[in-house]
Design a protein around this ligand. Structure first.
Ligand code: ADP
Ligand code: ASP
Ligand code: MG
Length: 409
């Protein structure tokens, strides 16, 4: 007998039949004697629908009230599942994030979980009840409702699993595990039996939305056994694990990509101390996150600075940088929203040279121009034109022998 936290994403609770399917699985686990905590997302499309409603009122809706609205999405599904469980004779209770005291900071729309007491959950579970909790939401110290950022139900599940000392946290979704790359873009993508926390964290932060980044951070930090599985078919899914001594890690575990990027280039900047901070200071002061930064070596006393930001921030950044450019006498500012980032991820890269040059060669052979490059110990990222995304990812997937049917172990 174990304590298991299961999380079901939007498509897995998309209609009443699917909620019934969830109830049946929960009951099967319960019948095996396990204690069950079930975290649900809103029905697929619902969070987007609510955001669109808010934007119809005001294109930049008040963030506290937006969170109030978004909290309703998950409240619907938890109530429906608890009803379904009870109608099948399985004792259950649904709770909002606030009701089970998922305490967060007050950063509306991207709140961080600070503490979960878990008392109510434990006492109800001790009475033999299945606990159904709304994902993606919490409450701040003043009692305001908050949300944890898109995809945040993953983080609710992992945080609850950590707080309750669960034996396993199972993330049920519409694919049967973590793949070498998004199987919707590369049909040859291969399911991984396991992937390390470190790699999963890189994959998530480089654009693979199968797990929210913070959920992987939490799981690694609190040692939560985490598994991604399909809610539509049986299978082992993918286990997220620590690196094990003696287990040879694959060179490349996966390819992540991010379509949400835009780049800004400031050219003809006087090459002198303090310029990067003069340009990027106001950007970060406006709370805009900068991702990659490249500065060229100056020649005639001037230099170029290029950096990337989220595509949604492109116009705002252009406004800020154009203003700065005048004060520092830069020659030109150019923006480009039609770029994407493609990244190779693998802990095996640490001990191997030559991966970057192979990556560049493969892209060159496809006629794909690389606009920016950034590397770390376990990943290499390149920025390329948006139109080359599919071609680039597929070519790399094949060249690094990740395609289905190729056995690299
Ligand atoms: P849920 O609503 O269940 O949380 P998400 O849409 O958030 O589901 O995440 C699942 C989706 O993640 C898949 O449908 C898939 O398209 C996408 N995805 C991106 N990269 C990967 C990957 N490497 N492996 C598996 N799925 C991926
Ligand atoms: N419903 C929220 C979203 O669509 C949270 C989640 O599904 O994890 O982002
Ligand atoms: Mg998700």
């Amino acid at each position: 007998m174990a304590l298991i936290v299961q999380k079901y994403g939007g498509t897995s609770v998309g209609d009443v039949d699917r909620i019934r399917n969830v109830a049946e699985r929960v009951i099967r686990y319960r019948q095996q004697g396990h204690d069950m905590v079930v975290v649900l997302s809103a029905m697929s499309g619902e969070t987007n629908r609510l955001i669109a409603l808010a934007k119809a009122v005001n294109p930049e809706p008040d963030l506290r009230e937006l969170d109030m609205l978004l909290n309703t999405g998950e409240q619907t599904t938890i109530a429906l599942l608890a009803m379904m469980l009870k109608s099948k004779g399985c004792d259950a209770l649904s709770f909002t994030g606030a009701q089970v005291q998922i305490l967060t900071d007050n950063a509306h729309g991207k709140a961080r979980i600070l503490n979960i007491t878990g008392e109510r959950i434990r006492s109800e579970m001790a009475q033999g009840r299945v606990i159904v909790v709304a994902g993606f939401q919490g409450v701040d110290a003043q009692g305001n409702l908050t949300t944890l950022g898109r995809g945040g139900s993953d983080t609710t599940a992992v945080a609850l699993a950590a707080a309750l000392g669960a034996d396993e946290c199972q993330i049920y979704t519409d694919v049967d595990g973590v793949y070498t790359t998004d199987p919707r873009v590369v049909p040859e993508a291969r399911r991984l039996d396991r992937i390390t926390f470190e790699e999963m964290l890189e994959m998530a932060s480089l654009g693979s939305k199968v797990l929210q980044i913070r959920s992987v951070e939490f799981a690694g930090k609190y040692n939560v056994p985490l598994r991604v599985l399909s809610s539509f078919e049986e299978g082992e899914g993918t286990l997220i694990t620590y690196e094990e001594d003696g287990v040879e890690e694959p060179l490349i575990s996966g390819i992540a990509f991010n379509r949400d990027e835009a780049k800004v280039t400031v050219s003809g900047v006087p090459d002198q101390p303090g310029i990067a901070s003069q340009i990027l200071g106001p950007v970060s002061a406006a709370n805009i996150e900068v991702d990659m930064i490249v500065q060229n070596i100056g020649e005639d006393g001037t230099t170029d600075l290029t950096f990337t930001v989220h595509r949604n921030d492109h116009d705002k950044v252009m406004g800020i940088v154009n203003a700065v450019a005048k004060t520092i006498n830069a020659k030109d500012v150019k923006g480009d929203r039609k770029i994407v980032k493609i990244s190779l991820v693998g802990v095996g890269m640490r001990s191997h040279a030559g991966i970057a040059s192979k990556m560049f060669r493969v892209l060159a052979e496809e006629g794909i121009n690389i606009r920016m490059i950034s590397t770390s110990e376990i990943k290499i990222s390149v920025v390329v034109d948006e139109k080359y995304l599919e071609l680039g990812v597929r070519a790399l997937h094949t060249a690094f022998e990740l395609d289905e049917g190729v056995n690299i172990n």
